[in-house]
Design a protein around this ligand. Structure first.
Ligand SMILES: Nc1ncnc2c1ncn2[C@@H]1O[C@H](COP(=O)(O)OP(=O)(O)OP(=O)(O)O)[C@@H](O)[C@H]1O
Length: 276
């Protein structure tokens, strides 16, 4: 390949990668959580991140968004390097992602609409109240909540509605990237399936790239383009579920081929049959 072609091809590849992690090492005291994590998240995909409890899924997400200072490694998000100093080298990057933390992490003393307005006020201090209210209402509805949820306080909402309110806040700045940390945990199966559908439709309509930590096999089967498996302090495999099933790692086999994995496969097959 000619040098120019090679440069163009690397540029095109980088363009397709929304999040790139190389050689990530994280420790807490003597306890090493990650020891050389490599990961690519492609633009426009929903990437599911799975792994046993304590394998470092949340720490990985915190590293990517600059909240965790890694011992070693490089991370770039949308082509911009994340500084290792605990602060983003380029603070404007945080405008380009939205985060739904476990449990929603809403401010309990603010209404849903006021929660959605928090990031808007931070990044656009000159926006007038009328516009703030309008944007908040739009985000509330986009997240599948009734418009009258805006003036309510988090304590007045069901668990599923609180997740949607958290999602509305995550979408406030029209992000390119959405981070979801166990979004369906604690939801009943119908609520969880509805949240999955919403995530999928947001990805399609808004062109979002989604980094989704989950233990929910139904979510993985229903909406993830690919799945990354964290084990042994690394990403041991990444691919479609079929590709993962073709590997012989015992944890992967037990996870996807255990009783719950088989039930999720059967549910997906039944759903596809119904759709034909
Ligand atoms: N601030 C911290 N100080 C010390 N240890 C931490 C800290 N944050 C995370 N850990 C440890 O790092 C490990 C990975 O934590 P993390 O929350 O990323 O796991 P996880 O894969 O998301 O787990 P789960 O599926 O249970 O949510 C755990 O052993 C946890 O106790």
């Amino acid at each position: 390949m000619a040098d120019n072609d090679q440069v163009a091809s690397i540029a095109a590849e980088n363009d397709e990668i929304a999040i790139k992690v190389r050689g990530l090492v994280n420790s807490f005291g003597d306890f090493r959580v990650h020891d050389g994590v490599d990961l690519d998240v492609r633009r426009g995909e929903i990437l599911g991140v799975v792994g046993g409890s304590g394998t470092g899924k949340s720490v990985l997400m915190r590293s990517i968004i600059g909240l965790q200072i890694p011992d070693e490694g490089e991370i770039t998000v949308l082509g911009i390097p994340i500084g290792g100093g605990g602060e983003l080298d380029d603070p404007s990057l945080s405008k380009r992602w939205g985060i739904l933390f476990q449990g929603g992490a809403l401010f309990s003393t603010l209404t849903v609409a006021e929660n959605v307005q928090v990031p808007l006020r931070e990044f656009y201090p000159d926006l007038g109240q009328g516009l703030l209210d309008e944007i908040a209402s739009f985000k509330v509805v986009t997240s599948g909540l009734p418009v009258d949820a805006g003036p309510k306080y988090p304590s007045e909402l069901s668990g599923g509605m609180r997740k949607r309110a958290g999602l509305a806040r995550a979408l406030a700045l029209d992000p390119d990237l959405l981070f979801l940390d166990e979004p369906t945990a604690g939801l009943d199966p119908i609520g969880a399936a509805a949240f999955d559908e919403l995530t999928l439709s947001l990805k399609k309509t808004l062109g979002l790239t989604v980094f989704l930590i989950t233990h929910d096999l139904d979510t993985l089967y229903a909406i993830c383009d690919r799945v990354a498996v964290l084990a042994d302090k690394k990403v041991i495999a990444i691919g479609t579920i079929d590709e993962l099933l073709a590997t012989d790692h015992p944890w992967i086999q037990e996870y996807f081929n255990g009783p719950r994995g088989r039930a999720a496969t059967a549910a997906k097959a039944a759903h596809e049959k119904e759709a034909v």
